[in-house]
Design a protein around this ligand. Structure first.
Ligand code: MN
Ligand code: MN
Length: 308
């Protein structure tokens, strides 16, 4: 298989065929890929309702409805520009938290070492710690671009899904002074260096202004983008474990991603790894959460493909 074989559209009816992510080829030869998508079906770090272990499967299935070509308003199909491989899900012995974390860390590191961008689908948000530290091994400390209702900087064991960004900042894996958390509506914390754009302020800010703020904050630091689906209002994304009313709209988030496209194209922000977490389809209705997740993932790929 060549790199070009990974591009282009693989046609099939949306309701049939093997449900790989956006109909991408599956495999483990990361040297051929620009981006490698993989699932992290793990939810033992959840504080409230479990179920995000089914997130990767739900996002892949929803993605089939969106896998048919040019993406509005970008005007191109990201899969014509980027070689995207679906590496399947991380395998681990269920309930083996350490074994899972080690496998997830190794996967992110191996993909980054091959020169591709790792893009993981959660899983609860604790999985980001493994992905982020795997990327960090290759590119050094990262700036966190973090969409979430929660800061995930609580004190507590690192295995929980609400603590890992405190540990990662304390350990120097994340440069908090270059990081920004968007959509927060659970705490006003002032004991660390993270910048926080709370949900009402984020909704009131024009997407272009937010993109400028993000780029200014991240600066030249390698950036890790993590998207917790509960950043969205439960009216747009009810299928998640710890929903908080009063969040961002899907459209507003998409417009911020669209506004970041030219910055990525110009090299003003360098995305070294990304993930989308906390989709729990058992609480979803009409696939609205998994469809929102698939659309956001698709437009994140458009953002990476902009300028290529
Ligand atoms: Mn989170
Ligand atoms: Mn959250």
């Amino acid at each position: 298989m060549s790199q070009d074989d990974l591009k282009g559209l693989i046609t099939a009816n949306s309701f049939s065929g093997m449900p790989s992510f956006f109909r991408r080829h599956t495999g483990t030869d990361f040297s051929l890929a620009d981006v490698v998508v993989y699932g992290l079906p793990f939810d033992l770090g959840t504080s409230n309702r479990p179920g995000s272990r089914f997130g990767p499967r739900a996002i892949r299935e929803a993605s089939l409805q969106l896998a048919w070509g040019e993406v509005w308003p970008w005007g191109f199909d990201p899969f014509d520009r980027l070689s995207v491989l679906d590496a399947g899900d991380i395998e681990y012995t269920y309930a083996d938290q350490d074994g899972f974390a080690q496998a997830a860390f190794q996967q992110a590191k191996t993909i980054a070492e091959a020169g591709a961008v790792p893009f993981s689908l959660g899983g609860d948000h604790s999985v980001t710690y493994s992905s982020l530290t795997g990327v960090r091994q290759v590119c050094g400390p990262v700036a966190l671009l973090h969409f979430d209702a929660h800061t995930d900087t609580s004190k507590g064991p690192i295995e929980q899904h609400g603590t890992m960004f405190r540990h990662a900042a304390d350990d120097g894996d994340i440069l908090a002074e270059n990081s920004i958390q968007i959509g927060i509506r659970t705490a006003y914390l002032k004991d660390d260096a993270y910048m926080r754009l709370h949900a009402p302020d984020a909704m009131a800010m024009a997407p272009g202004d937010m993109a400028d703020l993000i780029v200014d904050r991240v600066s030249d630091t390698p950036c890790y983008l993590t998207f917790d689906i509960d950043c969205l209002d439960p009216g747009f994304a009810p299928g998640t474990g710890t929903p908080i009313p009063g969040g961002l709209s899907t459209l507003h988030v998409l417009n911020v991603i669209r506004a970041l496209g030219p910055h990525v194209a110009n090299g003003n922000i360098k995305i070294m790894g990304l993930d989308l977490v906390e989709v729990a389809p058992c609480y979803d209705h009409a696939q609205m959460t998994s469809l929102a997740a698939a659309q956001i993932a698709q437009e994140m790929l458009c953002m990476l493909a902009a300028g290529r």
